[in-house]
Every structure is written in C-alpha cells, then in structure tokens.
Design a protein around this ligand. Sequence first.
Ligand code: ATP
Length: 352
Amino acid sequence: MTDLRLRGVSKSFGEVTALRDVSLDVADGEFFTLVGPSGCGKTTTLRAIAGFETPDAGSVAFGDREMAGVAPEDRDVGVVFQNYALFPHMTVAENVAYGLRFREVPGGGSREERVAELLELVDLAGFGDREPDELSGGQRQRVALARALAPGPEVLLLDEPMSALDARLRQRLRTQVRAIQSELAITTVYVTHDQEEALAISDRVAVMNGGRVEQVGAPEAVYRRPATRFVAEFLGDNNVFTGEVDGGAVRVGASRFRVAGLDAPDGAPVTLCVRPEHLAVGDATNAFEATVETVEFLGEAFRASLDWDGREVTLRVPERPEARRLTVGFEPDDAHVVSVDGREPAVRRVEE
Ligand code: ATP
C-alpha cells in the first residue's frame, strides 16, 4: 500500500511546457482522477509517476521513497493505456501471465492460479484460451487490467482506458473498474478528459488546465464550489455572470443578486456562477427576465437556452418552458463566487 506525492513537477518538450509546478498528494488506496481538456498535461503527469518521463524539476515519491532515477520496471506500477496493447498472437491467459514475467507470483501460488484468479477478478473466467481478436473492446480492456494487476503492483495507473469504447460500455466498464479498485484497495491514478466519468468514479479529482492543477477535491465539492472560472465551466454546464459588488449584492446588468457568503467591498469585480439546475422558472430572491431561444428534450429534463440582454443563460427544468419570455430566478445559496476583484485563487484545495 502506497501514497503518492508529487512536488513542483515541471516538464517541457522543446518549446511546449507540458507541466508547470504540479504538486499532488494521492492517499493510500485512493481512486484519484486527473481530468482536463486535451493537452492539459494529464498523460505527462501519469508518465512522470510511471517513470516514462523524467521531470525537468520537482520530485515524485511513493510513500517515503523518492523515485528520481528509479526505472519504470522497478517502480511497482501497473499501467493500462487507451489502446489495449495486448499481444495479438498470445491467448488471454498468456497475456495476463506476461505481466508476471519479471515477478514472483504474489502470495506464492503458481502462475496458472494467479492468472485464473485475475481473470475471475475481471469477470473473464473461462476466457483464458481465447485470442484478443475474439474479444470485445471492453473485454480486451479487462484483460489489460488483469495483466497490469497480475504482479500485485502498489500503484495502478490508467490512461483513458475507456475512450475507445461506446458510451454504454464505458459506463459499465467504469463501474467494474471502480469495484475492482475498491476490492483491492489499490492506490489508483486515472486519466480522462470526460468530466462526467471523472465525477462518477473518483474519490477525488484534480482538474488540470494548461499544465497546471487548478483545483483538487472530492467530486461533489469541486462541482459545487469550483475555485476558478475554468473549473466552473469545464465540469458540467454552468452560467457564469460577471458584475460588481454594490451594497452587499452583485450588480449584473440591471439586476442585483444576493449571494451567500459574499465578502468584498463595493465596486469589486466579481464572477459568479449558477448551475442550470439551480435556475427555476418564476420569481425568486434573485430574478431576471429572459427570452427563450431554444429548448432541448434530454429525457429526464429540458435544457433551455435563453438570452438575457445579450448574455447566454442555460436553464435545466423538469417541464418544457412554454412562454417566450420567462422570469427566471435563483436563491443566494445557489450562486457561487469564483473570483473577487478579478483575482482567482491560485489552487484551492477543497476537501469534503
Ligand atoms: P490528451 O487528453 O490529448 O492526451 P493530455 O492532457 O494527456 O492530453 P499531455 O499528453 O500530457 O496532455 O500533453 C501535454 C502537452 O505536452 C501537449 O501540448 C502535448 O502536445 C505536449 N507533449 C506531450 N508529450 C510530448 C512529446 N513527447 N513531445 C512533444 N510534446 C509533447
């Protein structure tokens, strides 16, 4: 069992700065997810943990062991990549056994027993004699997971393992991956650009942007209290309003919004956000009138796009809005301030 510690990790590739001063702590047995848009540095962070990249600055430690100079094969990590990377000419069982080529079998049993145990764990008992091309994409990823876990690594690293699969299969596989991770209580770092997946599967997430960590926290905390505008807009739909403090409220256009916990002097510029599901049709403490532009049926709700004096506002409501002009409102507790005075907090760690 191992916790991970990254301190001030930076990495450039020629002109491109992939990581800028990344510091993270992943607790023993935690499912920790790096999420962010393409190119934000997720894979480079994972590769630095695995030892495939050497940071230009900063350190990576597993528990109290510094990893500088330790080769990937000596780091005790299991890695699963996006593209299955199974050997096509080997059977499923041989692929899993390949994970044991440099290692003693954990627990001291035979290789065959260990392979059977792992195939059972990933729900592929009886598939040992098949070849990879006789498996579905989801099954191949489970074989890759079994192979990574076979030597009993201290740390599991997963780089977009589900991105090649269709949406329904992805959902099923992520539930399985999470169940296996919890059963083994293995320290896990997961990389995805899919914010819904990150929120669904993780103990905590780190939201990355431009090579930096913008916020670390439990999914609900980061969703409800984004530290920066980027996080507010990246994780789910959000309405972002800019205004200034005016007599204890925030003036946005012609409206004044009461916001819980606002502590800033008059005239300070403020950016606040309100989730579409926190806006309701009808009067409220904070209300404004807007014009309905489009309405989409989502199944469990309707998403309406509104125009409020040139600002685009998204509303998520249980009933189809019928009128063209609507009064829309929200309560002070449902607004969240992401910056005061134009300054966003550098990295805010929100733990719950
Ligand atoms: P994606 O979701 O697209 O995989 P990512 O968040 O994982 O993106 P990284 O792969 O870590 O991002 O890349 C971060 C930046 O570093 C990108 O601009 C990328 O082009 C660059 N980069 C990564 N690896 C290399 C490399 N070996 N040589 C040159 N540039 C690289």
